[in-house]
Design a protein around this ligand. Structure first.
Ligand SMILES: *Cc1c(COP(=O)(O)O)cnc(C)c1O
Length: 361
């Protein structure tokens, strides 16, 4: 087996113990004589799997009792529509655009009502979280939408913004489970699974109970939080295998010491990488210091050919998927929960070597 360090932004690395356990259980899950992929989602065996995934996630994330956890499909992008369909009661919502995905969410919401831009950092290629205060938000808006970690640009909110009485809705696709979060400050949190949770295909939604049950009448049943919640996320066949693997990841985080420990490790990894890049003369960071992400580190040399060479040479050394998104260029190292400290140390060493050789490598 020759595992590489994979810095892909998503789908991304999964913890090796999780993959190994899934492999062991692939053909015969717990003496059932079948794979989890082959099981009826209504079977007793599968019921235990999905329940355990819900319960472990609730414990790990410290989800308060008055919040429901929903396992949905369609990725975070489907939530860009599900959120306005379910929550736009008066038809008004305010959006903070801090990157590509929050821009898409804003655009989607405009189809369903009066979505208004609160703040944007587009003018500086989203190198920071735009500033705004409670006063910038319409008091009669149904919700304020933010994206907590901007995967493409490598920025992250340094604190949960105060939105007063207006519920805060948050896309946490690329930072969920990377740090402890006070869920009670949010009305709704959603995340596509393929960054920090598990395989693509599963989307997790954490929603305050009082926000469920007000969907527009023409909301598709599959996107209606009440329909999904009433059916315990089994209105139709759920993404069974993705939920099973996610459950193993939740257990892995819990056994490691939960979100406090996870955050401690993530801080250490990010600090190593940011320090290494800052010490070089060749490389420059994209994100402004106070907005830096712990999950996605964006940097470049300023010379597109040299960037390409860096990415290629790194791949030869077993460090893959380091090319930046085309909207930013340069490099992006995604160092999610499953990226071991050794992967970051190896990348730091290569950054130093490349810099010392002035790219002649
Ligand atoms: C990856 C990502 C998305 C898109 O997720 P899909 O599951 O592919 O729809 C949305 N928002 C953020 C912050 C992301 O990182």
């Amino acid at each position: 087996m020759n595992r590489v360090f994979n810095y892909s932004a998503g789908p991304s690395m999964l913890p090796l113990p999780v993959l190994e356990r899934a492999a062991r259980e692939m053909c015969d899950f717990g003496g059932s004589g079948m794979s989890v992929m082959e099981m009826s989602h209504r079977s007793k065996a599968y019921d235990a799997i999905i329940r355990d995934a819900f319960d472990t996630f609730r414990r790990v994330m410290r989800v308060p009792d008055n919040y429901k956890i929903l396992f949905m499909q369609g990725g975070a992008s489907t939530q860009f529509a599900a959120v306005p369909l379910n929550l736009m009661k008066t038809g008004k919502a305010d959006y903070v655009v801090s990157g590509e995905f929050s821009g898409k969410a804003f655009k989607e919401a405009k189809k369903y009502g009066d979505a208004r831009l609160v703040a944007s950092s587009e003018d500086t290629v989203f190198d920071r979280i735009p500033g705004f205060t409670k006063e910038d938000i319409r008091p009669d808006a149904d919700y304020v939408h933010i994206c907590y970690n901007n995967t493409i640009f490598g920025t992250h909110f340094s604190e949960i913004p105060d939105t007063g009485c207006v519920p805060l809705v948050c896309d946490m696709s690329s930072c969920i489970m990377s740090e402890p979060i006070d869920i009670s400050r949010f009305g709704l949190i959603y995340a596509g699974a393929q960054k920090n949770i598990g395989p693509a295909g599963l989307t997790v939604v954490i929603v305050r109970e009082d926000l469920i049950g007000s969907a527009r009448p023409d909301t598709p049943a599959m996107l209606d939080y009440k329909v999904i919640s009433d059916a315990d996320s089994m209105y139709n066949t759920p993404p069974c295998y993705a939920i099973y693997v996610a459950g193993l990841v939740f257990r892995w985080v819990e056994e490691l010491g939960g979100l406090e420990k996870m955050n401690e490790i993530n801080r250490k990894k990010a600090e190593l990488l940011y320090d290494a890049i800052e010490e070089t003369k060749l490389f420059h960071l994209h994100a402004q210091k106070e907005s830096r992400s712990l999950m996605n580190v964006t940097f470049r040399t300023g010379d597109a050919e040299l960037d390409k060479k860096f990415v290629a040479r790194a791949a030869e050394r077993g460090m893959v998927s380091l090319a930046g998104h085309r909207k930013v260029g340069g490099m992006r190292a995604s160092i999610y929960n499953a990226m071991p400290v050794e992967g970051v140390e190896k990348l730091c060493a290569f950054i130093r070597e490349f810099d010392a050789a002035n790219g002649e490598i």
